[in-house]
Design a binder for this molecule. Structure first.
Ligand SMILES: Nc1ncnc2c1ncn2[C@@H]1O[C@H](C[S@+](CC[C@H]([NH3+])C(=O)[O-])CC(=O)[O-])[C@@H](O)[C@H]1O
Length: 322
């Protein structure tokens, strides 16, 4: 893992991101020390055992698929399936690696298809994805032409899944760092910042929006995706306890309320470009994520409500300029 981080430092040393080097090495060496006490060592073992079979056929434009010709042997495929399964649950994907289809809980490709027509061209851009999960969208951003892509996510499992996928296509311009948004300095350097599925997990959503703005260069683009509810500019749901069985959900605004929050922190040209009720086909239990999923989070007698009686998950995509 040392080399992942030193490769990243070298990649940004002469870029508009170089002043990140003032804080990042200390944070990542702290993470390395802490990680030794958690589940990380077990995933690191899996990573070390991955066979050395780089892909020679890469599709990151229409999906995330890494394969080679001739295909890998049945024995390697079995070994790889076994190693990937040791990294369950796989939530965000799907990934296709050497004939193995990692059918994740979420069809993250559907979210990508909904947002892509509405965002600025990614060609040549430096892109940050805050709360990137296992990095599915990082690959799609690169596939859409982004020059340099970095995701941050504090989950060690997602980092190990990302590195397992990257092992087969070691693109030096796609990175994931184990950080939370609160650890970012004000970089003011990215051309596009994505943050999808994170705002409702934040206790201070307006501070969070200001943190997103602080990563963008002037005129850069924010792509924000979050849970919303129907209502006017004063409508915000704060669940009394859980929302769809999630413990850590704090604020679910209406689109108008969210637009006002974005205005208040200084974003311009704010547009709600998509609203979509999450379907039972988009988030579901699979062979690769065998615990509860959306069907278990909804009222069995009325799927328009969560099990707690709140409106079922409705998600919006908003784009805005810094
Ligand atoms: N402080 C934090 N800073 C950054 N990320 C965080 C933080 N806390 C949690 N996360 C991360 O935010 C992601 C949210 S999931 C969206 C994934 C992807 N974006 C998607 O759109 O499919 C949606 C959900 O789980 O509800 C997880 O990967 C967390 O680890």
């Amino acid at each position: 893992m040392n080399s992942w981080f030193t490769d990243f430092y070298a990649a940004i040393a002469k870029s508009p991101l170089s002043h990140w080097l003032e804080t990042l090495p200390a944070q990542l060496s702290h993470w390395q020390k802490e990680a030794q006490h958690g589940d990380w060592p077990q995933w690191e073992k899996v990573l070390k055992n991955l066979p050395d079979l780089p892909a020679d056929q890469v599709d990151i434009q229409s999906k995330v698929s890494f394969t080679r010709q001739p295909p890998i042997s049945d024995g390697h495929q079995k070994q790889l399936t076994h190693l990937f399964k040791r990294m369950m649950p796989w939530r965000k994907g799907p990934f296709h690696v050497h004939g193995i289809d990692i059918n994740t809980e979420w069809r993250s490709d559907w979210k990508w298809d909904r947002l892509l027509p509405h965002i600025s061209e990614l060609h040549g851009r430096n892109v940050l994805d805050i709360g990137c999960g296992s990095g599915y969208h990082l690959w799609r951003m690169r596939g859409a032409g982004a020059e340099f892509v970095v995701g941050i996510d504090p989950s060690d499992l997602f980092l190990s899944q990302f590195q397992a996928i990257k092992h087969f296509n070691p693109d030096p311009n796609v990175h994931l760092l184990p950080l939370g948004v609160e650890q970012l300095p004000e970089l003011k350097a990215f051309d596009t910042v994505f943050s999808m599925g994170v705002l409702y997990h934040r206790r201070s959503p307006i501070d969070f929006l200001a943190q997103l703005k602080a990563q963008l260069r002037p005129g850069g683009e924010l792509v924000l995706e979050t849970l919303v509810i129907e209502g006017d500019v004063n409508t915000v749901l704060v669940p009394t306890d859980r929302y769809a069985k999630m413990r850590n959900v704090w604020f679910i605004p209406s689109c108008d309320a969210l637009t006002l929050w974005l205005q208040r922190v200084g974003f311009k040209d704010i547009q709600v470009v998509d609203k979509d009720v999450t379907s039972l086909d988009e988030q579901r239990r699979t062979e690769w994520m065998q615990t509860e999923s959306l069907a278990d989070f909804l009222d069995p007698n009325d799927p328009s409500k969560t099990i707690e009686g709140y409106p079922a998950p409705l998600r919006a995509i908003i784009v805005a300029k810094a």
